[in-house]
Ligand binder design. Structure first.
Ligand SMILES: *Cc1c(COP(=O)(O)O)cnc(C)c1O
Length: 389
C-alpha cells in the first residue's frame, strides 16, 4: 500500500522479512555477502545488479536507515556515516577540487568550522563567511570558484534562524550547491530540500537517536551528488556500522512523538525563562520575541528543543548557574531524553577570543539548554532553584 505520511515512513519503511518472518527487523552483522557463482559476482561488482557486496559499501541495516531519512526529507537518495562529522567531511571531500571555494555562515558547528579553517585549506579549498543575520552580504562573497553555499538553521549555540528560501534562491541564481546541516531541526521539523537545498546533512547522534547511545551521520539529496559521495565513501571507509544503523532505524520510529514532546517542553521552558529577572535575553525560534520569528514560523513545523539564554552576570554567573544545577546534566551532547545544559564561553567555544565569540552570538553569560523529555515541571524547578543566585 502507498503511504506518504512522515510517521508511517518512519515505521513501515523497513527491510523485507527474512525466512524467519520477524516483525522487528534484525541486525545484519556481517562484513561481506555471498555470491551464487562467478557470473553473479561479476554482475554485482560491475553494478549491473544492485546487491550488497561488503559492509564498507552497503549493508541492509544502513540501507533501511538511509531509506527512511530519504523519505522523511523528500530526497532522491542518501548515504550514512559513522558520525555527523564524517558526513560533513565526506561531502566536501567528494564534491570539491583544489581551488574551489565555499561560502558559509560564520556560525556553524565547531568541528565544521575547524574543517574550513584548518583542514580544507591543505587541499587549497578556501571558505568565506557571512553573518547569519545578513544574507544580503552573501552574493558579494560568491566568486567563479564558489561551489557550495553552506549553513545551519537553527544555528548552534546562538539559535539564529536563516531564511532557507532566500538561500535557495541565491544558490539557484549563482548555480552553486546549497548544503544545509539540518541537525537541530530534524526532518520532522524542517525540510530544506523544499526550499532549494541540493544536499541535507544530519548528525544522527543528536535528536535522531535521541537517547544518547550511538553516533551516526547521514547525507541525503540529489541522486548524482549522492553517487559521488557514495563512491568516495566506499573507497575511504567512513561508513556507518550496521549496529548503529539498526539502533538509529528503530530510533526514527519514535522521532515524531519524541519531537512533539521535546518542543512542547522547550516552549514552556522558554516562556518560563522570559519571566526571570536575572536573564537578559531568551532565544527560542517559536518565541514571538525571536528576531527571526516569522522566518522560523515559515520554515519550521515546531520550534525545536534548544534554547539559548543570557545571564546578566556574565562568565562568573554562567559558571555559578551550572554548579547549582541538580537534575539536568552538564555534558557535551544534545538532543537527548535527558535535559542538557552547557556554557559555551567556558567550554565548547573557550578557544575563541571574546570578540570571535561575540561575532557568532556567544556572550559570556550565554547558556544553552537542550530540553529533554523529563516532566517539564521538574525541568523548570531545577532551573528556577539554580537561578536564585
Ligand atoms: C553534533 C553536530 C555535528 C557533528 O556530529 P557528530 O555526530 O558529533 O560527528 C554536526 N553538526 C551539528 C549541527 C551538530 O550539532
Amino acid at each position: 500500500m502507498e503511504f506518504d505520511h512522515f510517521e508511517t515512513h518512519a515505521i513501515r519503511n523497513q527491510l523485507e522479512r527474512s525466512q524467519y518472518a520477524e516483525h522487528s527487523v534484525p541486525m545484519y552483522l556481517t562484513s561481506s555477502f555471498v555470491f551464487e557463482d562467478a557470473e553473479d559476482m561479476r554482475a554485482s561488482f560491475s553494478e549491473e545488479k544492485e546487491t550488497n557486496i561488503y559492509s564498507r559499501f552497503t549493508n541492509p541495516n544502513t540501507t533501511e536507515f538511509i531509506n527512511k531519512v530519504v523519505a522523511m526529507e523528500g530526497a532522491e537518495d542518501g548515504y550514512a556515516f559513522a558520525t555527523g562529522m564524517a558526513a560533513v567531511f565526506s561531502t566536501f571531500a567528494s564534491l570539491l577540487n583544489s581551488g574551489d571555494h565555499i561560502v558559509s555562515a560564520s556560525s556553524v558547528f565547531g568541528a565544521t568550522h575547524t574543517l574550513f579553517t584548518t583542514y580544507l585549506p591543505k587541499w587549497n579549498i578556501t571558505t568565506s563567511y557571512f553573518e547569519s543575520d545578513n544574507l544580503e552580504g552573501i552574493e558579494r562573497l560568491i566568486t567563479p570558484a564558489t561551489k557550495i553555499l553552506y549553513a545551519e538553521s537553527p544555528t548552534n549555540p546562538g539559535i539564529d534562524i536563516l531564511d532557507l528560501e532566500r538561500l535557495g534562491e541565491i544558490a539557484k541564481k549563482h548555480e552553486i550547491l546549497l548544503v544545509i546541516d539540518n541537525c537541530f531541526a530534524t526532518p520532522y521539523i524542517q525540510n530544506p530540500i523544499k526550499f532549494g537545498a541540493h544536499l541535507v546533512i544530519h548528525s544522527a547522534t543528536k535528536l535522531m537517536d535521541g537517547q544518547g547511545r550511538v553516533l551516526g551521520g547521514v547525507v541525503v539529496g540529489k541522486k548524482e551528488l549522492i553517487r559521488d559521495i557514495y563512491l568516495f565513501s566506499r573507497n575511504t571507509g567512513p561508513t556507518m556500522s550496521p549496529f548503529n544503523a539498526w539502533v538509529l532505524s528503530k530510533s526514527l520510529e519514535t522521532l515524531a512523538v519524541r519531537l512533539d514532546r521535546h518542543c512542547e517542553n522547550a516552549l514552556k521552558v522558554a516562556l518560563f525563562l522570559e519571566t526571570q529577572e536575572n536573564i537578559s535575553t531568551v532565544k527560542y525560534p517559536f518565541l514571538a520575541s525571536h528576531p527571526q520569528y516569522h522566518i522560523a514560523k515559515k520554515q519550521m513545523k515546531l520550534g525545536g528543543n534548544i534554547i539559548a539564554f543570557s545571564l546578566r552576570g556574565g562568565l562568573a554567573s554562567g559558571r555559578d548557574f551550572l554548579d547549582a544545577i541538580q537534575l539536568c546534566t552538564l555534558t557535551a551532547n544534545l538532543g537527548d531524553t535527558r535535559t542538557i545544559i552547557t556554557h559555551p564561553a567556558s567550554t565548547t567555544h573557550s578557544k575563541l577570543s571574546k570578540n570571535e565569540r561575540l561575532k557568532v552570538g556567544i556572550t559570556d553569560g550565554l547558556i544553552r539548554i537542550s530540553v529533554g523529555l523529563e516532566h517539564v515541571d521538574d525541568i523548570i524547578k531545577d532551573l528556577e532553584q539554580a537561578l536564585v543566585m
